[in-house]
Design a protein. Sequence first.
Length: 201
Amino acid sequence: MKSQQENSSRSVIVRHVVQRGRVTKAEIEDGLGLSHPTVTNTIAALIREGVLRENGEYESTGGRRAKAISAMPTYRHFGGVDITANHAAFVVVNWAGELVARERKRLRFEDSRGYCAALEKSFARFLRQNGVRQDQVRSVGFSLPDVRVFPAKEKTLADCVDEIAAMRKKVQETKFTDGDGAKGAPTAAQGIMMAYLAIGR
């Protein structure tokens, strides 16, 4: 079991590498004030786990060429869904912050489970067509502009932000059953469904 200090070192190193894109071990040591053994051992472990990777070498300044460390792009993905009255736009970026794909399609918002199913299906298809497995998606963010789509309720999409925040906690606490009957965290598409349930209330 990793100690609290080891977990802390891992977190700050990963954040440092992801934010800077491409760095050397020496730059990590100087930037974070960590010892050489801590950085070397942590980087080695993160590379074995597929979180980081060696990404080429820097030009020599007289000695050995320093190896560049960067995030492993395929380790995690992050999705985004922009919901408007008449369209839904999807985006997915990789662990290195690079754009993988984007798509905008006409999908008129309706206060119905049918809309939820269509949104879920469209996002799942978008991921599949771009070679991203749902279990690789770490999180999905939602953009809800101030568009009035609930005439009878005098409610806008933007009014639902607090409800979605509350639903997010329920999503995190919910265990879903996958196709093999195994229990686990919700997939990206299931997360969309849960968020929609908050919007539709």
